[in-house]
Structure formats: C-alpha cells, structure tokens
Design a binder for this molecule. Structure first.
Ligand code: ADP
Length: 316
C-alpha cells in the first residue's frame, strides 16, 4: 500500500529520479488514466449522438493515436532511466575494478614493511605506515562494497553453498583487522570454540565479507574497549555474534539499519567514513545462504550483531 501511495507522490518521484514532474512515470501514468476515461466518455457520447460508423471509427482512431503517443513517451522515459542506471552501475564496476589492483599492492607493501621492520624502523615511520595501512584497508572495504552492490543489482552475485569452517574465517578476519583494532585501542576476543561444531554451509567469500564487515564496524564504532566474538550451535544451525562496547545505534533509527545507505545520526557518522552499504549487503548475503541476521543495540552502551547459518556435522 505504501509503495502504491509513493507511486503517486509525483513531486517526490521527480526529486528522486532528478527529472521534471511531467517526465515522471507517475505523472505520465495519471495522464494516461485521465485520457482513457475521457476517451471512453467521448466514444460513448459519439456513439449515442451520431448514428454514423465513420465518425465512430475516426474518433476511436484519434484516441488510439493519442494513447500510443503517450505510451511511447512513457516507454522512452523508462528506457532512458534503465539505460542511465545501467551505465552508472557499469561505471562504478569499472572504476572499482581499476582501483582494486593499486589498493592491493599498497596493502601487500605496507604489510610487508610492518612485519619486516617491526623492530628496526623508527617509531614515527612505523606509526605513519601503520596509518597508511589502516586508511588503505578502509578504502579496500569501500571498493569491495561498491563492487558487490553493483553485482547484487545486476544479479551477478551467485553464491555457492559449500562447507566452511566458520572459526577459521573468524580468525582470519580478526588477523586482518588487527591493525585497525590496535590504532583504535580495541581488543578482540573469540570465545572458546573447541567444543563447537565449526562447519557451516554458505559461500566462503560472502561469509568472509560478512564477518569482516561486522568486525570492522564493531572496531570503527568503539572508541576503546573490547569486542567479543562468539560461536554457538543449536538445532542444526550455528550462530555467530559480534558484541562491542561502542557508541550503539539510536533507538529511533534501529528499524533502518539494514537499509541501503543507512548511516546512523550519532557521532559515528561524523567520525568515521563509510557508505552505509555494508550491512545491507551482509544481510542479503546471509539470507541468500539460507541464514538470518539481526542485532541488538543501546546508544552509548554498544551493539551486538548476530547471524545464523545452517550447520553441518563436522567430520573431525
Ligand atoms: P558503513 O559502516 O560503511 O557506514 P554499514 O552498512 O556497515 O555502512 O553500517 C551502516 C551504519 O550502521 C553505520 O554508519 C553506523 O551508523 C551503524 N552501525 C553499524 N555497525 C555498528 C556498530 N557496531 N555500532 C554502532 N553503529 C553501527
């Protein structure tokens, strides 16, 4: 119902599509409706007043021509929107692909430097390279999100359902986010998983991207503190939770957290950069792997983001 009402909110539609009011599908659709009603009245009037089949045929032909003209313009507008949208997605995809190679090179080089010169480099130089690595990893996340969002909108995202070791994925994500956590003075603990079945079913790249996103968010939105990652099993599924002691999400905004481009209005928005695409993508990846994602949050106290995936009996 809301969508139906929005279709007729022509001014809003014009603003969203960045076109004039008369070019919006809603406006053209309403005009078409009015013309159809007028045409029906006209045909009724002509057929009841003139007993001439020629006049009836001419008036019907005129109406068909008008309707085809409006329909043609409507289709042309829709084609233009679709084409622009496609070009925009292709541009984002090409630009993101081009950015990936230099960003990966910076990542390898900075990581190599940091591991090789941990003891020997001057503190100032070491700290500054660490900051370069941190900014670079934020840029990699942004580019990956842009690439994934175009893949999702172009329906290119085909996720595999394979057996994965979720604990290995979490440990890898923790290792990769270590620099970011260190610069934010945040510690990360994974609860004891030795008794857990750590095999889940999902797409390895997708699930890794989800864990990465939740973990880097937990770090980004925590000033200094602790992040707890837990894995639990129940009824043929595994639940993974990432709990932080950060800024939290205002209550009145919590309903929009998984929407595209959502960014909280609290201090996080002004202090950290981001696109608001990560959680939208994370939820769609988990749902495509037959899982669920949810969260709990209290402003000023912290947030817990969880997801569950079907689990698989471990063979070892
Ligand atoms: P991004 O981090 O790129 O802005 P996300 O989709 O990952 O995009 O997150 C959207 C918004 O949700 C963030 O901008 C932030 O306001 C809020 N958010 C996400 N995770 C947390 C968290 N752990 N603590 C507080 N706020 C969060």
């Amino acid at each position: 119902m809301q969508g139906f009402i929005n279709d007729f909110n022509i001014k809003k539609q014009a603003e969203e599509l960045e076109v004039s009011v008369w070019q919006t599908p809603g406006f053209l659709f309403s005009i078409m409706g009015l013309i159809i009603m007028a045409a029906m009245a006209l045909v009724y009037f002509v057929s009841s007043h003139y007993n001439s089949p020629e006049i009836l045929v001419v008036s019907e032909t005129a109406i068909v021509v008008i309707m085809l003209t409006i329909g043609g313009s409507l289709i042309k507008n829709i084609e233009t929107f679709a084409e622009t949208n496609k070009m925009k997605s292709e541009f984002i995809s090409i630009a993101s692909h081009q950015l990936k190679t230099p960003l990966s090179e910076i990542k390898w080089e900075t990581e190599l430097f940091l591991s090789k010169h941990k003891e020997s480099a001057e503190k100032e130089i070491f700290d500054s390279i660490e900051r370069v690595a941190e900014s670079n990893s934020k840029m990699i996340k942004l580019v990956n999100n842009l690439l994934n969002i175009t893949r999702v909108s172009q329906k290119e995202f085909t996720l595999q359902k394979e057996q994965l070791n979720i604990v290995e994925i979490i440990n890898k994500a923790i290792r990769e986010n270590k620099i970011l956590a260190k610069t934010k003075n945040v510690t990360i603990n994974l609860t004891d998983t030795t008794k857990n079945n750590s095999v889940v079913i999902g797409d390895s790249r997708g699930v890794k991207a989800v864990v990465d996103n939740l973990l880097s968010n937990a770090i980004k939105f925590t000033r200094a503190g602790n992040i707890k990652v837990s894995v639990g099993n129940a009824e043929s599924k595994s639940t993974i939770c990432i709990k932080d002691s950060g800024v939290g999400i205002p209550k009145n905004e919590q309903g929009r957290v998984f929407q595209k481009f959502f960014r909280g209005s609290n201090e996080s928005r002004f202090k950290t950069e981001g696109t608001g695409l990560g959680l939208y993508l994370a939820k769609s990846i988990i749902e495509q792997c037959d899982g669920k994602m949810w969260f709990k949050s209290k402003e000023g106290e912290g947030s817990t983001f969880c997801f569950s995936l079907p689990s698989h009996e471990s063979t070892n």
